[in-house]
Ligand binder design. Sequence first.
Ligand code: ATP
Length: 503
Amino acid sequence: EDNLFKNVISHAKEYGFIFPSSEIYDGLSAVYDYGQNGAELKNNIKEYWWKFMTLLHENIVGIDAAIFMHPTTWKASGHVDAFSDPMLDNKDSKKRYRADVLIEDAIAKMEDKIAKEVEKAAKRFGDSFDKEKFLATNARTVEYQQKIDNTNERLKTAMTNADMAAMKQLIVDLDIADPVSGTKNWTDVRQFNLMFSTEMGSVADDANKVYLRPETAQGIFVNFLNVQKSGRMKIPFGIAQIGKAFRNEIVARQFIFRMREFEQMEMQFFVKPGEEMKWYEYWKEKRMRWHQTLGLGAENYRFHDHLNLAHYANAACDIQFNFPMGFKELEGIHSRTDFDLKSHEKFSGKKLQYFDAEDNQNYIPYVVETSVGLDRMFLSILAKSYQEEKLEDGSERVVLRIPAPLAPHKVAILPLMKKDGLSEKAMEIMDDLKFDLNCFYEEKDAIGRRYRRQDAIGTPYCITIDHQTLEDNTVTIRDRDTMKQERVKIEDVKGKLISACSI
Ligand code: ATP
C-alpha cells in the first residue's frame, strides 16, 4: 500500500498533475501546484460539484466571496479563540507534534496489543474460543482496556477544557517517546492557532491584522441576507461556494491530503429552526449518493459519526474515503444550528433574520452544511484510478481509470503517420470536436507508445486516423479501459464520445 502511494505521487509529478510548490527552491512544505493535467482534472471536479449544487437544485445559488474578511468575522466565528491545536516539540529531534495525535497513536497501539492477545488466544483455544468471555476475564486485556478508557476520558476532558497541562501529563503518563529521536524530552504543550495572519495597508500594527480565511463558510454567513434579499430566496435555500482556505497545519503530511493552502467546496443550507435534523439526514444521503455516482466503488465510502461535537454543531458526520493510508475524512456534513448567524448578529449589531411570510414571523435560520475538500477529492480519484497492469503479452502498463466525465482530456487525436495527408485529416476531425470535447493532438512516435501515454494521463478514448480513413471516412476509436478498438464513421464520432463522457 505504501509503495503504491509513492508510485501515485511520482506518477502525478511525471505526468503533469501535481508538482511540489516552488520546487527549484526545494519546495514549500504542504503546498502544491497543479500542472497542466491536474488543473484540468481539478476544474472538472469543480464543475461536477457546482452543476450538481446549483443547476440541479433550483433553491441553491453560488457565490464567490473574498479570501480576506473583516477581522471581527473570526472573533464571531470562534476561530480567534478556539481554532487551535495543542502542540509540543521534542527537544532532541526539534520535531513538532500535535499532542492529541500522539495520544491517539498511543491508544491505537494499546488497541493493537489487545487484538494480538485475542489472536493468540483464538489460535490456542480453537473452536471453543469465546472472544467476549476472554476480553472480560483475561487480566492483561482487561488492564489494557481500562487504560484505554481512562486515557480517552482524560483526553476528552483536556480537549474540552483546553487544559494544556493535562495534555502534557497524559504524554508523560503514557511514557510517549518521539518516533524520530526515541527520547521523552518534551516541551510544554501550547495552543497553536491554525490561522495565517498578515497586515492590511501600510501600517504594521495589530489593528490592521487580517487573516487568510481558514474556511469558506464565513463568506456565506456574512452574505446570507444580501443573497436572500437580492435573490428573493425562500427558506429552505442554499448558498454554494468553491474557494481557497488556509490552515497552518502543525503536522502536514500525506501529500495533498493535508495542505496549508487548499480548496473547499461548501454549501450552507438555511432551514427553519426545528427542521434541521430532517435536512441533515437528507444531505447526508444526497452527498453519499453523489460520491458513489462517480463509479470509484461504493465500498470505498463510509459514514463516520462525530461523537465529540464542535462548539457550533448539534450533529455532525464525515464521509470517509478509502485513501491509500486507510479510511479518512473526505467530506464533512454538519448541523451548525444558528450559532454562526447569531454570533454575527451579536458582533456586528446588524439583524440577520429571515421573515417567513407563511408563518408571519422573523427568525434566525438554522444551517446544515456540506463541506468537501477539493484536493482530497482529487486525491481520492487519482489514487483509486491509478492501476499498474500486466497485459496478456507480458508487457506492463500504468493506466489512470479516471471517470470519463472528469478526465483531463476526453479524446486523443492520433494520425497514424504525418504524411499522405493523414495529419490534415486528423486536424479536420479535431476542429469539429474541440469545442465540445477537450482534445489532445499527437503525431510523434509509434502508435503503441502514444496509446500508453494517453493511458497514463487517463484519456478515455483515442481516435486513430489511417489510410482507410481517407478512403471510407471511418476512424478507429480505442477504449482506455478495455484497450479494444472499433471502426466508426466520422460523422458518428462526436455524438458517441459526448454521450460516453457525460455523467
Ligand atoms: P481534519 O479533521 O482532517 O483536519 P477538519 O474536520 O478540520 O479536517 P473541516 O473543517 O470539516 O475539516 O473542513 C471540511 C473539509 O475540508 C474536510 O472534509 C477536508 O476535505 C477539507 N480539508 C480540511 N483541512 C484540509 C487540509 N489541511 N488540506 C486539505 N483539505 C482539507
